[in-house]
Design a protein around this ligand. Sequence first.
Ligand SMILES: Cc1cc2nc3c(=O)[nH]c(=O)nc-3n(C[C@H](O)[C@H](O)[C@H](O)COP(=O)(O)OP(=O)(O)OC[C@H]3O[C@@H](n4cnc5c(N)ncnc54)[C@H](O)[C@@H]3O)c2cc1C
Length: 316
Amino acid sequence: MNGERKTLTYWMSRRVEEELRNIVKGDLLINQPMKEYTSFRVGGLADVIVFPEYIEYLIGTIKYLSRERIPYFILGNGTNLLVRDGGIRGVVIDLSHGFKRVELLKEDNSSLIFAEAGVPLVSLIKFAIDHSLSGLEFAAGIPGTVGGGLVMNAGGSLGELKDITQSVTILNPRGEITTKKQEDLRFSYRNLQLPRNSIILSAVFRLKIDNQLHIRERVQKILVKRKETQPMDLPNAGSIFKNPEGVSAGKLIDEAGLKGIRIGGDRVSELNANFILNPGNAAAQDILSLIEKIQQKVYQKTGFMLEPEIRIVGEN
Ligand SMILES: Cc1cc2nc3c(=O)[nH]c(=O)nc-3n(C[C@H](O)[C@H](O)[C@H](O)COP(=O)(O)OP(=O)(O)OC[C@H]3O[C@@H](n4cnc5c(N)ncnc54)[C@H](O)[C@@H]3O)c2cc1C
């Protein structure tokens, strides 16, 4: 967007607003504070948020925005996002009003679950437990959606979504749908490389039949451990930085003496040094300054340059 601030009128002339409303068919909201759509509770206004509920309306929306050269951004549950204070220009597409179908597909001895992008991971895990399917336990407590989880290759030391993904169905900006098999997907640590402006529509996960009680116990154990090691009381976006190979980012931050430091309203969590907590009134800029300060101090003390895990989006 070549740095120029396009006004809301530019994107949302009455013609564009009317055409978009007709195409989206679901809700369309103007000037929405992104702080209400993210777990960090920061972020300026998004020009427009749309909530298409069905695939044909989503395809229509994408084709329209591409044709009109209006930028768009896909929102999952907003739990890995830091939206800057200037907000998001163009259109935010939120799939949470639809795209919630989960189905069991049977094949040989293993079992496959089909899930649409807007399904919360917590619902997917519950579905797996209800059908005595194991393999998703590692994702217990991750507050994202299937779409956001895949883009982030969400997980931890016990596993990542890539380990159980059989295929992912993707919509490109021209409105074409393709399904890619695991071996053709470029997963890496906290990332899935997708063609620009593509949208994940759904995925198939390969799980294994197991004792339901044992699966439930494993999930409970992971949730208890999360409670012990992760702050739950204040808005945050989970781990801020990726772990450098073989080292914990939290440990490096701790070693640099930064646990609990503050800038503006934010602080680094005392329970987990890789979490930044928003006491409620922080600006995105406060958090960005803290991130920069942590990077500098950790680099000076340890020689590691920490790379953000969270996605930083929007305008200053
Ligand atoms: C308390 C807490 C604990 C957490 N613990 C973990 C953890 O243990 N492990 C871990 O990996 N993460 C963790 N996270 C981070 C976060 O929950 C995950 O990264 C999650 O997968 C993000 O999903 P989301 O739906 O919220 O995505 P969002 O934050 O909404 O989006 C993330 C990215 O995905 C893109 N995106 C979302 N949906 C789609 C789609 N359908 N198509 C294309 N692009 C899309 C967005 O544009 C954005 O770039 C934690 C977060 C919190 C707040």
